[in-house]
Design a protein. Structure first.
Ligand SMILES: Nc1ncnc2c1ncn2[C@@H]1O[C@H](COP(=O)(O)OP(=O)(O)OP(=O)(O)O)[C@@H](O)[C@H]1O
Length: 222
């Protein structure tokens, strides 16, 4: 589903953020991506979303060679990928419902289908009763759940998260991780960047570790 082959990424200022990265994440697999600050975690996620392009090597996502992907095909790739950010990037002047509906409105989906999809997504994250709240009325953990509902509302086969629990305490972090596990259990391929090694250890999933842009561990958590 996600395949990196000899991938290098050098930014325009000459900084080599990724060096010879090789790994494959099979369809339906779940893994964590860890490493020190500046190790290249966000860069790797950006290559998957085609927000950045590899300088050398090949990134393949669900059969698409990203280096050969024309600009007009990028939206097609992005629809396959749900993304959760640390700061969840919600619109604070809109309801929970509107925030989750946004990707479907952008896609031009029929409003009747939108309502069904939004409620199904909110139900999965346990927030159905709060659809008319604005994010400001929610706790940090609940806000992150809205971010997750928005990421999965169009049923992408891939879910990426960049430090999704960075602002949460250990108990809430564990709950959010259980949600990712539930999506993975129904077949979604999940890759989560995090530097919380305790949490990763408790999850017991495959761990990829980056050190200065190179993969230095791929396997059970250390
Ligand atoms: N657009 C850019 N131009 C130049 N250098 C960049 C750019 N984006 C990132 N970098 C550099 O590339 C390296 C990897 O950055 P990246 O954001 O991928 O690391 P990270 O592992 O996600 O770090 P953190 O945990 O702090 O978010 C860093 O040294 C960073 O300064």
């Amino acid at each position: 589903m996600i395949q990196f082959t000899n991938v290098f990424k050098r930014y325009e200022n000459g900084h080599e953020a990724l060096q010879n990265v090789n790994f494959t994440l099979q369809e339906g697999e779940m893994a964590f991506l860890t490493g020190h600050s500046g190790a290249g975690k966000s860069t790797l996620l950006k290559l998957i979303m085609r927000m950045e392009v590899a300088t050398r090597g090949q990134v393949m996502i669900d059969g698409l060679h990203l280096s050969q992907l024309g600009k007009r095909h990028i939206p097609f790739l992005r629809r396959k990928i749900g993304v959760v950010f640390q700061d969840h990037q919600l619109l604070f002047d809109r309801s929970v419902y509107d925030n989750v509906a946004l990707p479907l409105i952008i896609e031009g989906m029929d409003p009747k289908d939108i309502a069904k999809r939004v409620r199904a997504a909110l139900d999965k994250v346990g927030l159905l009763s709060k659809e008319q709240f604005t994010p400001i009325m929610l706790s940090g953990g609940e806000q992150q759940r809205v971010g997750i509902a928005r990421a999965v509302v169009n049923k992408p086969p891939i879910l990426l998260a960049d430090e999704p629990t960075g602002n949460l305490d250990p108990k809430l972090s564990a709950e959010i991780m259980q949600l990712f596990r539930q999506f993975n259990a129904v077949g979604v391929t999940v890759l989560i960047a995090s530097h919380d090694l305790n949490l990763i250890g408790r999850m017991g999933q495959r761990m990829l570790a980056l050190t200065e842009g190179s993969i230095t561990h791929d396997g059970a958590p250390r």
